[in-house]
Design a protein around this ligand. Structure first.
Ligand SMILES: Nc1ncnc2c1ncn2[C@@H]1O[C@H](COP(=O)(O)OP(=O)(O)OP(=O)(O)O)[C@@H](O)[C@H]1O
Ligand SMILES: [Mg+2]
Length: 499
């Protein structure tokens, strides 16, 4: 149980890191935009404000020498004075003294009129704790006006305190300063805040998008939605001329992944050895032909006689991928040929030992009819007798009935799911369609995982490890016999090239 929780936590961390690796640029871009906007606002749009500061000390009559209690009392009173300084009467007095209420013509351009409420927003009063000192701060768009306002507020306050509290000893310690630089806006502080907010918003957006994203990406997604074992995790291949990756680049990670898929098929076919396997998917372009071709190659390399049949009579691709001839031969020609014995000779040998390919042949107008014909059933029977394994590259399940028809010839189907592209609802419908025709789905192949081979390696090891761990666990509980030894690292030994 503890191991399971740790595994789930590990998965979450890994998936979050993977998400950040793929989508982190969104957060970085938002942070950058926020910083740029904040700097533009600070430097070009915001009106700078200057703050003048003045401090006052308030002492009771003849209080040169004070006992401790008087001192405490005075300190408490300082709070009261601070409130007085903020009060309406003082501010009104300042406005009157500086003639800021109605004298537009002669008033200062920076504040032609000012109400006590407006002024109070610009005045801040602090009673400095543990002292009898009050600090007044007043801000304005003009430094000289700020200074004038601060000095006048101090004067009005002194007069008010004297009148109200009969305190005669209010002294200015620091006269109102003339600010040399503005203290608002603060471009660097604002930019830092914008960066943090932009980043936080970006991260929230990434995780929200991931939450709303209904594409399948990981083995966990496949397991969660379909309860299917993922028999192969095929990385994205970077080189476009490496379609036949298993035969052309046998040492690549992708080739290793296909060999692993071939090995895994042995384990799902324990009860009844698989003779004919249909490779299909829910929608077009998920990597069926790529998978079928390379899986067939990997299986042939284990020494078994393999025939790959391109039964996608709508978008055949195997002849293109394998560089093979497709005129006057292939599946459709074999099916329509009148000569009984000729039907199976349309398969072509390839440069991979033990691998023959039956290309599609010319595209017929009635694929379903052709694929569902008794001739097709007979052909498959004959070919099964001649080969150890038939791999059928089929069309997508949701496009036409072809794949459903083909599944009736197969001992099991492999559902190709293209990571980051296959939508969960479509794959669900595809799987449902296969179930309706009672096709046996062996498992899924997750294709085009990860952008870079480097990133994939980690992914590969990580997920295979868990897959095998789960299998091993099941077997320990169940039969306890066929535990997969030594495959956990994803390093299925390169097979011998034929007997
Ligand atoms: N792992 C991968 N890395 C990079 N490219 C891939 C990968 N898998 C498939 N592709 C590319 O995606 C395209 C579609 O692949 P493929 O033809 O195998 O899909 P398909 O499911 O057979 O499509 P269709 O439904 O048309 O038959 C091809 O160009 C192929 O090279
Ligand atoms: Mg195809």
């Amino acid at each position: 149980m503890g191991t399971e929780t740790a595994r789930k936590n590990g998965d979450t961390v890994f998936l979050s890191l993977d998400l950040l690796r793929r989508r982190g640029w969104i957060a970085a871009l938002l942070a950058l935009l926020a910083v740029a906007a904040s700097l533009a606002w600070s430097l070009f749009l915001a009106t700078p404000r200057f703050t003048s500061e003045t401090s006052l000390i308030i002492m009771q009559k003849g209080a040169a020498l004070q006992d401790y209690n008087t001192l405490l009392l005075n300190q408490t009173l300082t709070q009261t004075y601070a409130e007085i300084a903020r009060g309406h009467a003082v501010l009104q007095q300042v406005i009157q003294d500086l003639d800021l209420d109605h004298n537009h013509a002669e008033g200062h351009a920076s504040h032609p009129t000012l109400t006590p409420a407006e002024l109070s927003r610009r005045v801040s009063v602090t009673a400095i704790k543990g002292t009898q000192i009050i600090r007044l701060r007043v801000s304005d768009t003009d430094p000289a006006s700020a200074q004038r306002l601060a000095a006048e507020t101090a004067a009005a306050f002194t007069a008010r305190v004297r009148a109200l509290m009969k305190v005669d000893n209010v002294q200015v310690i620091d006269p109102a300063s003339l600010p040399s630089s503005h203290d608002y806006p603060r471009p660097i502080l604002n930019a830092l805040l914008a960066a943090v907010l932009g980043l936080a918003f970006g991260l929230a957006l990434i995780f929200l998008l991931a939450h709303l994203d209904n594409t399948l990406r990981t083995t966990d997604d496949v397991a969660k939605h379909f309860g299917l074992p993922v028999l192969g995790i095929i990385p994205t291949i970077t080189s476009t001329d490496a379609i036949m990756v298993v035969s052309k680049q046998p040492r690549s990670t992708a080739a290793e992944a296909f060999r692993m898929l071939a090995t895994n098929l042995r384990f799902v076919g324990l009860d009844r050895p698989l003779k004919t396997i249909l490779v299909t998917s829910s929608v077009p372009g998920e990597g069926k032909s790529f998978t079928a071709l390379n899986l067939a190659t990997a299986l042939a390399q284990t020494g078994r006689k393999v025939l790959l049949i391109d039964a996608d009579l709508r978008q055949p691709a195997i002849h293109r991928y394998g560089g093979l001839w497709n005129e006057g031969l292939g599946l459709t020609v074999a099916l329509t040929s009148q000569e009984e014995g000729m039907r199976d000779v349309f398969a072509q040998p390839t440069e991979v030992e033990n691998l023959h390919i039956l290309t599609s042949g010319p595209i017929p107008p009635n694929p379903v009819e052709l694929l569902g014909s008794s001739r097709m059933a007979t052909l498959i029977e004959r070919l099964e007798a001649q080969y150890d394994l038939l791999i059928i590259d089929g069309p997508p399940v949701l496009v036409a009935a072809d794949a459903s028809v083909l599944s009736t010839y197969a001992d099991g189907c492999l559902l190709v799911v293209r990571s980051g592209l296959t939508k969960t609802p479509l794959a669900t419908r595809g799987l449902e369609t296969l179930r309706q025709v009672k096709a046996k789905t062996l498992g899924a192949v997750l294709d085009a995982v990860g952008g870079a081979e480097k990133g994939y390696r980690h992914y590969d090891r990580y997920h295979y490890y868990h897959y095998y761990e789960a299998r091993a666990g099941r077997h320990r509980k169940g039969q306890g016999s066929d535990r997969v030894e030594g495959s956990g690292s994803g390093a299925a030994a390169p097979p011998p090239r034929g007997p």
